[in-house]
Design a protein around this ligand. Structure first.
Ligand SMILES: NC(=O)c1ccc[n+]([C@@H]2O[C@H](COP(=O)([O-])OP(=O)(O)OC[C@H]3O[C@@H](n4cnc5c(N)ncnc54)[C@H](O)[C@@H]3O)[C@@H](O)[C@H]2O)c1
Length: 330
């Protein structure tokens, strides 16, 4: 039984806490958030303790594992404290917004033999897992191209955007991780274009809302990622992997498979699932289960700090390419 503390009772913290309370072989002991109402409401709903002091929670001896779902600029401090106290960590992406700080944190985790998993939830989505299994089984032969379309239904709140580190580090980082995972080889070259087609005021933050990224690996495998902060038709998540023997295609999920025909229109389907909390509900649960299972079985964690560093590095290269108009060597 892994005794879990969840730090952060916001959008993602609520998901992780709900899963920690529900999955087998885990016990949600405490949720912590500096906003008392947020911590109390979540703790009351899930029947665990509430705290407003994340650091104090990390000192407790009755906690085995910590899920960090607090704002990005707090991740490293909590991660290193948890590791120093011998606790395993599931840390939300990205590790941090700064590469040097992230590298120093990774060195410290390694020095202490820390157990840290980066929360790249999409790897645990049933369709992504089926993709990976099909690739591993040789169904598409040698992978040649990966295409990822990833569009949010709408812009996040301004204060979130201001602290997000920009679209590449905040949003595209998920797709960059998927690209690495599906290509099976590290990208060595990155080219990106970025525009402000949704909110021109993002220029005040040096941020963008509409981007395309191209990656190339040493053997020449390619990936194309396109992301937009707004898709009026809903949360758009599609992937394609093609290779020497065939292709895999992931369509969007919908609440049901019903299709309607009438005088006005034919083959009308239900709207797409609303956003990441709905689309990746299984992925978040499977992710936490994989974390807990690895701790219980003493097996390696399925993702690492290094995965976080590599995705962050690709995000930084993409930003540099978008700003300079040049291809960037990773
Ligand atoms: N994997 C995913 O799909 C996914 C999705 C959303 C967010 N995230 C990541 O999760 C993290 C949190 O994002 P969110 O959308 O839940 O944000 P949020 O703003 O909804 O929630 C953050 C919570 O942290 C609390 N908080 C603020 N300052 C704090 C501090 N100094 N110490 C401790 N807690 C503090 C806030 O009170 C809030 O309840 C970010 O790093 C983000 O990148 C990941």
């Amino acid at each position: 039984m892994i005794r879990i503390a969840v730090l952060g009772a916001g959008r993602i913290g609520r998901i992780h806490a709900g899963n920690a309370a529900a999955i087998p072989n885990a016990k949600l002991v405490v949720v912590a958030d500096p906003v008392p109402a947020a911590a109390n409401a979540l703790a009351e709903r899930l029947g665990c303790e509430a705290s407003t002091d994340c650091m104090a929670v990390l000192q407790r001896s009755d906690i085995d594992a910590v899920v960090i779902g607090t704002p990005t600029d707090t991740h490293i401090a909590f991660m290193l404290e948890a590791v120093a106290r011998g606790k395993a960590v599931l840390c939300e992406k990205p590790i941090d917004l700064d590469m040097e700080k992230s590298l120093a944190a990774a060195r410290e985790v390694e020095r202490r033999n820390g157990r840290v998993m980066l929360a790249f939830n999409r790897r645990f989505d049933p369709t992504s897992q089926a993709f990976r299994q099909a690739i591993d089984a040789g169904d598409v032969g040698e992978v040649r191209q990966v295409i990822i379309s990833s569009r949010d239904p709408g812009m996040p709140p301004r204060d979130y955007v201001e602290h997000s580190g920009g679209i590449f580090r905040d949003m595209v980082i998920h797709d960059l991780d998927m690209a690495r995972w599906l290509l099976g080889e590290e990208p060595v070259e990155v080219m990106a274009m970025a525009s402000r087609l949704v909110d021109s005021s993002l220029s005040e933050l040096g941020d963008f809302d509409t981007v395309m990224v191209q990656l190339r690996t040493a053997s020449g495998k390619q990936c194309h990622i396109n992301c937009c902060r707004e898709a009026v038709y809903g949360y758009d998540q599609r992937m394609e992997v093609s290779g020497s023997k065939g292709m895999l295609l992931q369509e969007n999920l919908r609440p049901s498979t019903i299709r309607r025909w009438s005088k006005e229109a034919t083959d009308v389907r239900e709207p797409l699932l609303n956003f990441f909390l709905e689309r990746y509900v299984d992925a978040y649960r499977n992710e936490l289960q994989a974390f807990v299972d690895a701790l219980n079985n003493g097996t390696p964690l399925p993702t690492s700090v290094d995965d976080g560093l590599k995705a962050l590095r690709l995000a930084e290269c993409a930003l540099e390419s978008a700003r300079s108009g040049k291809a960037i060597t990773v």
